[in-house]
Design a binder for this molecule. Structure first.
Ligand code: PGA
Length: 250
């Protein structure tokens, strides 16, 4: 951890129903009982659960974010979409942008850049996802891909300190495979240095995502340049999510 806080972000993807709200009780209790306040938990449920989560987590230190937003920042005739303005209006503070699952269904670098601007213009913090595919890794293109994705995403963005950079190798998402610590540390250092030197971000926040679970969290904590984790599958189980926080941080 090189920043003030360690961040634990739960990405529920297209999972969860109205009863899932009860699973937050355990997490609320955990966050209230713990004395160490150097970590932050952020829940990103599907859109249908955003508002119920915000109500449930009111008066706790757990925050809520959306999993995506439209590139038009206010309102418009876009069936099935929600805007950053709407997300902000209901009390969410974050939005995930550029997840590989959305890139593969049409989010281009250009759209991702527009979405980031729309989010920041509405006062939302952005959890920006980037990462190489297995083929790109095999071709030794990782650094080039990471740099390009980041550069295009933040082009013309003013408040760069509103962005959390979530490094998620595509081949690691949902597969149970995590990079070797050395490689992960190397890739994170590479992008962190670029953010510091080329884009002049004083204290860039870099998260790792991809098959994080309570077992590998213990090992991942050895990498000291990570500022937190973006957790998919394991975050739907409150016990596992709490365990990840405990094992990787406390
Ligand atoms: P996973 O997902 O933890 O299930 O691999 C991570 C993500 O997609 O953000």
């Amino acid at each position: 951890m090189t920043n003030k806080y360690m961040y634990f972000i739960a990405n529920w993807k297209m999972f969860g129903d109205i009863k899932s709200i009860n699973s937050l009780d355990k997490v609320i209790k955990f966050s209230k009982n713990i004395r160490n306040n150097k970590f932050k938990m952020i829940y990103c449920p599907p859109h249908t659960l955003l508002y119920p989560f915000i109500k449930k987590l009111k008066n706790t230190n757990i925050m809520v974010g959306s999993q995506n937003c439209h590139h038009e920042e206010n309102y418009g005739p876009y069936t099935g979409s929600i805007s950053a303005k709407m997300i902000k209006n209901i009390g969410a503070k974050y939005v995930i942008i550029g997840h590989s699952e959305n890139r593969s269904s049409g989010d281009t670098d250009f759209l991702i850049n527009k979405k980031i601007k729309a989010a920041i213009n509405n006062g939302l913090k952005v959890i920006f996802c980037f990462g190489e595919t297995l083929l790109q890794k095999k071709k030794n293109l990782t650094n080039k891909i990471l740099f390009n994705q980041v550069k295009k995403a933040i082009s013309g963005v003013k408040k760069l300190n509103y962005i959390f950079f979530a490094y998620e190798p595509v081949w690691s998402i949902g597969t149970g495979i995590v990079l070797k610590n050395n490689d992960l540390e190397k890739n994170i250092n590479f992008i962190k240095n670029k953010l510091r030197i080329k884009f002049r971000i004083k204290e860039p926040k870099i998260l790792y995502g991809g098959s994080v679970n309570p077992v590998n969290a213990k090992n991942l904590r050895k990498i000291n340049n990570i500022d937190g984790f973006l957790v998919g599958g394991a975050s739907q189980d409150p016990k596992k999510f709490i365990d990840i926080v405990k094992k990787s941080f406390i």
